[in-house]
Design a protein around this ligand. Structure first.
Ligand code: NAD
Length: 254
């Protein structure tokens, strides 16, 4: 039930830290994987059935590239919208242009990517859509524009679940906590000890791994999740379950 034998899955951001692990995990589960990313060099070494190259910041180009692939191959069984980007860590880094750019990549681009896929899935009568959002969509941890976009993905997934359910399309959201991927490189270059400050916030005492995020996405795409749609699953080592530092510092007196 957890396998994807004979299934075709599109994965965006496939060349990134979580994306590469997701490609390998879906391959091990038997899927044919088509990678979507902006730079073919990022996809080197992956076992792929195809690639779609586009800059997700450009909604028109993204929709055109995905639509061209669909015209040749038909609807895939699943799509994982995983590409994401942020550099504006707090309000001090934001202006209108930066806000628009982070919404463009993380929300508008994800819509442009998935909308034609969902239409093809609905026409065929089945399909699974997974969005890799973030804990930032649920509770504020910085990166305001990115967080607004990631919260938008949750509303979008619920709209798909409700309006496309009768056509056999499921949509679910994975909200990772901090994951050590290249997305953290710029922060760790500025402060190599930064992760020491991150870990005390996590009830499990560690960050989650790319594999743990990939496992959740695989579950949603598999028949094991056939009755599940419109849901939001944190994969966050307990971060959004409560405030560990409050318990430690206020109640335990540590
Ligand atoms: N790493 C974390 O701590 C963390 C936490 C929560 C959520 N996430 C989310 O998980 C997803 C994967 O993140 P990651 O940690 O693997 O990051 P990453 O930087 O390693 O990979 C991001 C991927 O997205 C692609 N991408 C970025 N901008 C793009 C654009 N304009 N057009 C096309 N592709 C583009 C990159 O090329 C790359 O392949 C993202 O959506 C991210 O927001 C990550």
């Amino acid at each position: 039930m957890f396998g994807l034998s004979g299934k075709t899955v599109l994965i965006s951001g496939a060349g990134g830290g979580i994306g590469r692990t997701m490609v390998e995990t879906f391959r091990e589960a038997g899927a044919q994987v088509v990678a979507i990313d902006r730079d073919p060099a990022l996809l080197a070494g992956l076992d792929l059935a195809g690639t779609i190259l586009c800059d997700q910041a450009d909604a028109g180009a993204t929709r055109a590239a995905v639509s061209a692939w669909l015209a040749d191959h038909g609807a895939p069984d699943a799509v994982v919208a995983n590409a994401g980007f942020t550099r504006a860590e707090h309000f001090g880094h934001l202006d209108d242009a930066v806000w628009a750019a982070e919404i463009a990549i993380n929300l508008n681009g994800a819509y442009a990517l998935t909308d034609p896929v969902i239409a093809a899935m609905a026409a065929r009568g089945r399909g699974s859509v997974v969005f890799i959002s973030s804990v930032n969509a649920l509770v504020h941890f910085g990166n305001p524009a990115y967080s607004a976009a990631k919260a938008g993905l949750i509303a979008y997934a619920k709209a798909i679940a409700v309006e496309r359910g009768a056509e056999g399309v499921r949509a679910n959201v994975v909200c990772p906590g901090s994951v050590r991927t290249p997305a953290w490189d710029h922060r760790l270059e500025a402060d190599p000890t930064l992760l020491d400050n991150v870990l005390p916030h996590y009830p499990l005492g560690r960050m989650v791994s790319p594999q743990e995020v990939a496992n959740a996405a695989l579950f949603f795409c598999s028949d094991a999740a056939s009755g599940i749609t419109g849901t939001v699953l944190p994969v966050d080592a307990g971060l959004t379950a409560g405030n560990l530092r409050f318990v430690d510092e206020v109640l335990r007196g540590k």
